[in-house]
Write a new protein. Structure first.
Length: 250
């Protein structure tokens, strides 16, 4: 495959991933396998993918802010709880071998599909009545999410959405607003660890980042303008893509 074809593919995959990640989650289930397909080892692909994640969420946060949908103090408080877990998760990720990482990746993706298939969320009208309610359980949940995100990242959007939606009882638009800020914060120490250990391909990472930034910017606008109906449609599509990938249908 010619180099320009690889870079074009990365940009397009990144753009699609940015839209999916802002509105639902699972975008890394497209970008990470693509990076491995293009010849990167698992640890390098994992680290390179974080460049796209970081830039994507900077643009998503900026887009939400421009549309006056933000609560930075609350988002930052939640994000701080993810940092210890993210650091430990990233350190573990760069220390396991290629074969074990891909085995774990496969089991994680299967687990995500099962959790989606067998979950029974409450009606939105019931959940959004008490948007200011709080739960202490969100803080240990953020610690665990940070570890998972630092280690593998794939599907972390689904886990974050479920935690914020059910534990804090907030609307899906606000869930996505908090989600992109939280992922942005914990990705900073994670990517520094991958850089420190030499597990980043900058050429691929920056092209991927350009694509995810483009997708994230428009993804945030879709989230705010379309509301929960559009978010649910994109969430359903993302789930189907992950399911078909696991079944080997494409």
């Amino acid at each position: 495959m010619e180099e320009y074809v690889k870079l074009s593919l990365l940009f397009c995959v990144g753009a699609l991933s940015g839209i999916i990640n802002v509105n639902a989650g699972g975008g890394s289930s497209i970008t990470l396998p693509t990076l491995i397909f293009l010849g990167l080892e698992s640890a390098v692909a994992n680290g390179t993918n974080r460049i796209g994640i970081l830039i994507q969420n900077i643009f998503a946060v900026s887009s939400f802010r421009q549309q006056k949908v933000y609560q930075f103090t609350k988002s930052f408080t939640l994000a701080l709880c993810t940092l210890p877990g993210a650091i430990v998760g990233a350190l573990l990720s760069v220390r396991i071998n290629n074969e074990w990482f891909q085995r774990i990746l496969a089991f994680v993706m299967i687990g995500i599909v099962f959790s989606i298939l067998f979950s029974h969320p409450k009606r939105t009208s019931q959940l959004t009545k008490n948007e200011n309610s709080k739960s202490w359980m969100i803080y240990p949940a953020m610690l665990g999410i940070g570890f998972y995100g630092g280690f593998i990242q794939i599907g972390v959007g689904f886990i974050l959405m479920a935690s914020l939606y059910h534990l804090l009882r907030i609307s899906l638009v606000r869930v996505n607003m908090h989600k992109v800020f939280i992922v942005f914060i914990y990705t900073i120490p994670a990517i520094l660890i991958f850089m420190w250990t030499g597990n980043v391909n900058w050429e691929y990472g920056l092209i991927l980042a350009a694509g995810t930034a483009f997708g994230a910017w428009w993804g945030a606008r879709i989230a705010v303008r379309g509301g929960e109906k559009v978010i649910r449609i994109i969430l359903a599509v993302a789930i189907l893509v992950m399911s078909f990938k696991l079944l080997g249908l494409f």
